[in-house]
Design a protein around this ligand. Structure first.
Ligand code: ADQ
Length: 482
């Protein structure tokens, strides 16, 4: 028996130097958590995902790296992968599920590629599946997969987790009927369908009822072959990893360097993938408003804006980048002077130590997505503040706001409000900072990513066992009657 985890990206990187490839398994939150669960339960873990490297490189090097689990890459033909990933997944599903209907660029060609890619991945999983295995499917790239796998393996234990919001009926219904049906029936192939929040879960159940006409009882949908339980499973982080990093030698050195650079100035910090859902332009305009409204803060604050390149092949992302850079330039030009640059902007990823050094140097973390499934940056910031200093400003549109009750919440569309909350948080006393962070840390320490994975995987077993028992009893009753 094994756990088969499926996600678009594989937790692995291949670096080529001087023609030699080096494979490294990466230890992201999700991989660490599933691995920890599989080790505890004494079962193996196999990860299936789409390869972003060529088959020849893989075949040459696959037996030659340190492994904690097995990896099964799926090699998709380049054009198919582009249409599947960029055209349907990211230009239709990502946009619509984040409430950007005007950004949706639906094409039948994209939808067909999406279905084909799901079929190819299903074939791959089916080829390695053994009875008793648990299959855990992740995210919006594989909405059709639970149903396809159910057709292959009617008795399989299948979990599906969506990392982005599930939109309400009015937004979801915008999709062509065939796509709506494909998605909903697809998810219903699972035994457990998980979302970050109850709001998302309710949106999903409403869509099932209104579009497929299937009612639920306590979020359970009964079907012929199995039942699907929908529920809220808010993802989290490896709390200890972020908390303990505060004292790492390299982190301390980097933090001293950052603090030394900015002296007495207060630091506002944000880090995101460059994505239109993250509310970056709104955030910049709000910072500008803050400087206009509170000129006494001029030269006394600096905003460190770190953006990580993302989905650069998609037009909307390039347009957004231009808009952000126009705003950064305009604000720095209008508000700054030869001694002071209000916004320090970086369009490059940062490594873990630098990220922690930045989190722990910041007086304020300003997180303002206009829509976000969870937002792990907010949780990471809180966890890393072992010194109990700093304030978290968080958009109420992020799933994380439902749990981080001591954050200063904002409406990301309301620049005036954000400016005021910035003023409040920058002036917040140490006692209040401690009180807020302590409560949120207590919560996160308990609700970490390990607990999340365990809860989800246990739920699959519970529903499955219950259904198996019920069908056995039905079988027994039939035998007695005959
Ligand atoms: P994302 O949209 O990518 O994830 P988020 O959860 O905030 O958003 O962050 C993902 C990770 O990327 C964080 O761990 C963060 O540290 C890292 N990161 C961000 N910027 C970085 C940078 N410049 N350099 C290095 N690392 C960086 C999706 C959903 C979210 C959901 C997650 C998990 O959109 O809503 O929280 O999946 O389910």
């Amino acid at each position: 028996m094994k756990i088969i985890t499926v996600s678009y990206r594989l937790p692995l990187s291949i670096k080529k130097t001087k023609g030699k490839a080096k494979i490294t398994q990466s230890a992201g939150g999700l991989a660490t958590a599933v691995l920890s669960y599989s080790a505890k339960s004494n079962v193996n873990l196999t990860w299936v995902g789409v390869a972003d490297f060529d088959k020849a490189t893989w075949d040459e090097n696959k037996d030659n790296y340190d492994r904690n689990f097995d990896i099964e890459p799926v090699f998709l033909e380049k054009q198919l992968n582009r249409k599947f990933y960029n055209v349907f997944s990211n230009s239709v599903l990502w946009a619509l599920f984040h409430y950007f209907p005007s950004f949706v660029e639906y094409t039948d060609e994209g939808f067909e590629a999406y279905k084909r890619a799901n079929e190819i991945v299903a074939e791959k999983i089916n080829s390695i599946y053994e009875p008793g295995d648990v299959i855990w499917i992740h995210d919006y790239h594989f909405l059709g997969l639970p149903k396809l796998l159910r057709e292959y393996q009617p008795n399989a234990k299948i979990g599906y987790f969506l990392h982005i919001p599930f939109p309400n009926f009015e937004i979801f219904r915008i999709l062509p009927n065939k796509a709506k049906k494909y998605i909903l029936e697809g998810i219903l192939g699972s035994n457990v369908a998980g979302f970050h929040t109850w709001d998302n879960t309710i949106h999903f159940t409403e869509c099932i009822e209104k579009i497929l006409g299937i009612p639920h009882k306590n979020f359970l949908f009964s079907q012929e072959s199995h039942r699907t339980k929908a529920g809220s499973f808010p993802i989290s982080i490896d709390f200890d990893k972020f908390h303990d990093a505060y004292d790492k030698e390299n982190v301390v050195a980097l933090r001293n360097e950052i603090k030394g650079l900015y002296g007495d100035k207060k630091i506002i910090f944000s880090v995101d993938r460059l994505d239109y859902t993250k509310g970056i332009t709104n955030r910049l305009k709000a910072f500008e408003k803050f400087l206009e409204k509170y000129p006494e803060w001029s030269e006394k604050v600096v905003f460190l804006l770190v953006l990580v390149p993302s989905r650069e092949e998609i037009k909307k992302y390039g347009e957004r980048k231009k808009l952000i850079e126009l705003n950064v330039g305009r604000i720095n030009g209008n508000m700054g002077n030869y001694k002071w640059t209000p916004i320090v902007y970086q369009y490059q990823p940062v490594n873990f130590d630098k990220l922690i050094a930045l989190y722990t140097s910041a007086d304020v973390a300003l997180i303002s997505p206009v829509r976000d499934g969870m937002n792990l940056v907010a949780k990471e910031y809180v966890a890393s503040r072992k010194d109990l200093r700093g304030g978290l400003i968080l958009s109420s549109m992020a799933g994380a706001a439902k749990e981080l009750k001591e954050a200063i919440t904002i409406n990301p569309f309301d620049a005036e409000m954000i400016a005021e909350k910035l003023y409040y948080t920058l002036n917040m006393g140490e006692e209040e900072q401690e009180r807020r962070l302590e409560r949120m840390q207590r919560y996160l320490k308990k609700h970490d990513v390990f607990r999340w994975a365990e809860k989800f995987l246990t739920e699959i077993e519970t529903i499955y066992q219950h259904d198996t028992k019920a069908s056995d009893m039905k079988g027994d009753a039939q035998t007695i009657l005959s």
